[in-house]
Design a protein around this ligand. Structure first.
Ligand code: NAP
Length: 323
């Protein structure tokens, strides 16, 4: 079968390690399911792997792609929960399993004609979504769901700030939070992404770092260094900042005085449990939500999709379809 495989890692030329090649079809072990992939979207995570960040070189070569939709042998239209983990090892929360792995870290991912995954990872695709849309949800939307509702305990009527509206997690957070009846403020460096945020349900949009009309209960942070100081300043006393990524850098000034004096809570968040992914899918179907797609490309043009992500300026996800 055809697949996009990471064959080497290079921080300066990540795409030199991405190869489309023929590989054997995967074997199905007991308890695992084979899925014919229809679409798989590109994540920063794929780029980190090719750059050699957070991915053990001994797990190369590996098929990339952690966001997958497809069809099982018995015709079920599915999306794949992307975390392979054991809830017991995480004392009831699989995201706390020290041995957890996102698809494409230790198990082959979805830029291929077929993928095999544990049965529990196979979830029904919402009927309201195309395969291309469904392939945008597992990583970004499930991460945003856990950030807002599990870690942030967001309720109707609360105020939320989402930083970096153009990002996959950020745009999902805007959509999910506004659907639940929260007032969402969003920031972005670009006019285009501020317009996108408004379309996703933001009540008001701002340039990065701009003063908000009021303080918020919750900040959804994936930008990191570039927005951290603003995030802290925008919180009400006792408010919470939920952080799941740091695209612009991981070491901002901590401003500890503000954190303890205002009694702010800083909460890390990674991935989602299978139950959270399933709940997110039900929520998306009920509220008729749709992810934003920047472009759809066939597998043999995957390098173009990665290059667009490297160049920046995307508005929504890059989706790869598998013929
Ligand atoms: N913990 C988890 O489970 C998890 C899951 C998914 C992703 N992540 C991580 O979360 C981060 C976000 O990922 P993503 O795929 O959602 O989006 P992304 O493409 O990395 O973008 C994040 C957004 O941050 C803003 N941004 C980037 N650099 C900036 C800068 N220098 N100054 C101000 N704003 C800046 C941009 O928004 P504007 O252009 O609109 O300003 C950009 O769209 C990544 O680092 C990713 O690895 C973590």
């Amino acid at each position: 079968m055809r697949a996009a495989v990471a064959i080497s890692q290079n921080p300066n030329d990540p795409l030199s390690g991405l190869l489309i090649k023929d590989v054997p079809e995967p074997r199905v072990e007991p308890g695992w399911v084979k899925v014919q992939v229809k679409a798989s979207s590109v994540n920063m995570h794929d780029l980190w792997t090719l750059r050699g960040v957070g991915h053990d070189p001994k797990n190369i070569p590996i098929i990339l792609g952690c966001d997958v939709s497809g069809v099982t042998d018995d015709g079920r239209e599915v999306i794949i929960h992307p975390v392979i983990a054991d809830a017991e090892a995480g004392e009831g929360d699989e995201t706390l399993d020290p041995n957890r792995a996102l698809l494409s870290e230790r198990h082959d991912g979805g830029f291929a004609e077929y993928i095999v995954v544990p049965e529990r990872c196979v979830l029904d695709k919402p009927s309201t979504l195309s395969f291309e849309e469904a392939a945008c949800l597992p990583v970004a939307w499930s991460t945003a769901y856990r950030m807002l509702f599990t870690q942030g305990q967001l309720r109707k009527g609360q105020k939320v700030l989402v930083q970096g509206a153009g990002g996959g997690v950020a745009s999902a957070a805007i959509s999910l939070a506004s659907a639940v009846g929260a007032t969402v403020y969003a920031t972005s460096r670009s006019v285009k992404n501020r317009e996108l945020a408004t379309a996703m349900g933001a009540a008001e949009v701002f340039e990065s770092g701009e003063r908000l009309p009021e303080r918020v209960d919750l900040v959804i942070e994936t930008v990191g260094e570039a927005t951290w100081a603003h995030s802290l300043r925008c919180l009400k006393p006792g408010g919470a900042i939920i952080i799941a990524g740091a695209t612009s850098g991981t070491n901002p000034e901590a401003d500890l005085g503000r954190i303890f004096y205002q009694q702010l809570r800083v909460i890390g968040s990674t991935g989602s449990t299978q139950e959270e992914t399933a709940a997110m899918l039900k929520f998306v179907e009920k509220h008729q939500l749709h992810p934003t797609i920047d472009r759809v490309l066939p597998l043999d043009r995957i390098h173009e999709g990665f290059q667009a992500m490297i160049d920046g300026g995307l508005s929504g996800k890059v989706v790869i379809t598998i013929p």
